[in-house]
Design a protein around this ligand. Structure first.
Ligand code: ADP
Ligand code: UVW
Ligand code: MG
Length: 396
């Protein structure tokens, strides 16, 4: 039997998972537990058979047990799996490559939790429950931050007191697994060698980030110390003036936790127009909602500003790759984000852009100097590949 890798992605309120056959990349099982901690959670499992189960998973630990029960009930068996790969959001400066998880790594992930309070504690629960359930196979942590560790100081330093930067206050960047996978796939789609390709990756999902990648190496990215900085997201503000925070403390008497919560969960598209799902935002735009139209303008103009900035940083730009839920599916967001960039050699083909497909594809005109594409991300496959490499390395 070929190697089988279970990939776990424990998000702030969800657990996504996939079991992959590494021989041919076939997905043997996939599933999702969503709305963890809310009144009614929901598990959907697609294995040997499919189950859909509303329930009440108050914690990620309960969610993980529901996942294991689903495998036991609806298959396939997890007996004899080769390795388990865990998405870990924050790896700080300590981890620039995936690592085999031991108690020391667990502790390091815990120590980094203040920098990713929505994500790292959930990641850690997934690791603990899975290590207990599967003590045999190696468990590997694959960090969202790892791909961005190549950034030069000019990109990762904030202009703040040195004693802060010495403590680890800096830009880390996230969604790195996606940026790595998509920048590689973009060069492949363009028929170019990765080493000679400069790409801007636009990962536009509920969380959103941009990166500038020179020859497969990340040189800058829009998320920062935490996944709050940069682009406008579903519920996160992205860039703003940091003086807003003392302003809110002084004038609205808000606590630090209240502000943190508002900027992470009540801002972005949701803050501006009351909806965070881009499909709903467009429904409102089409119904004449002025707030929704403005929210789209703010979000897409932010993307355009990063494209301009990263074009300047890279000097020469070969590809722009859109990915993640919005980037892969929303042709109107893509068109607005690049509108008017024709003088920079960036020209979308409206007909190609409007095509709906799950395949990687080019959406720029044949004459566009920069090749614009849609490249569906596959964080799970990337995590599984890196996990297997670490697991096999460990055995030899
Ligand atoms: N057809 C579509 N048109 C516009 N937006 C879409 C479409 N399909 C999905 N999305 C958007 O993708 C977002 C989720 O993207 P995803 O990459 O799955 O995010 P995350 O991993 O952060 O949950 C949703 O909020 C939704 O707005
Ligand atoms: C780091 C991050 O923002 O992840 P997600 O998009 O899954 O929330
Ligand atoms: Mg995501």
């Amino acid at each position: 039997m070929t190697a089988r890798v279970l990939v776990l992605n424990c998000g702030s309120s969800s657990i996504k998972y996939r079991l992959l056959d590494m021989g041919d990349g076939e997905v043997l099982a996939s599933g999702l537990v969503e709305r963890i901690g809310e009144e009614s959670s929901l598990l959907v499992h697609r294995g040997t058979s499919r189950i859909e189960r509303p329930g009440s998973c108050a914690t990620h630990a309960e969610g993980m047990r529901a996942v294991l029960d689903a495998f036991a009930e609806a298959g396939p068996s997890l007996e004899g799996i080769t390795a388990v790969g865990h998405r870990v959001v924050h790896g700080g400066s300590r981890y620039s490559t995936p690592v085999l998880i031991d108690d020391g790594v667990e502790q390091a992930i815990e120590e980094l939790s203040p920098l990713a309070p929505l994500h790292n504690p959930a990641n850690l629960t997934g690791i603990r429950v899975a290590r207990e359930a599967f003590p045999g196979p190696p468990h590997v942590a694959v960090f969202d931050t790892a791909f961005h560790q190549t950034m030069p100081p000019a990109s990762y330093l904030y202009a703040v007191p040195r004693e802060w930067t010495d403590e680890g206050v800096r830009r880390y960047g996230f969604h790195g697994t996606s940026h790595a996978y998509v920048s590689r796939a973009a060069a492949g789609l363009a028929g170019r060698s990765l080493a000679e390709t400069n790409t801007i990756v636009l990962h536009l999902g509920n969380g959103a980030s941009a990166s500038a990648v020179r020859g497969g190496v990340c040189v800058d990215t829009s998320m920062g110390l935490t996944p709050l900085e940069g682009l406008v997201m579903g519920t996160r503000s992205g860039d703003l003036d940091p003086a807003l925070i003392p302003y809110l403390v002084r004038t609205r008497k808000m606590s630090v936790d209240e502000i943190d919560d508002a900027l992470n969960t009540r801002s972005g598209l949701l803050g501006l127009c009351g909806a965070n799902d881009m499909r709903e935002v467009w429904r409102r735009v089409d119904a004449g909602d002025a707030d929704a139209a403005e929210a789209v303008e703010v979000a897409t103009q932010r993307v355009k500003k990063y494209v301009g900035a990263y074009y300047a940083l890279l000097g020469r730009l070969d590809c722009i790759a859109f990915t993640a839920g919005v980037g892969e599916n929303d042709h109107r967001t893509r068109a607005l984000s690049l509108a008017g960039l024709h003088p920079l050699g960036i020209e979308l083909d409206p007909a190609a852009n409007a095509v709906r497909s799950a395949e990687p594809r080019t959406i720029s005109t044949p004459g566009s100097a920069v090749r614009v594409m849609v490249v569906p991300t596959n964080e799970e496959l990337e995590i599984a590949g890196q996990t297997l490499a670490v697991a096999l390395g460990q055995r030899t």
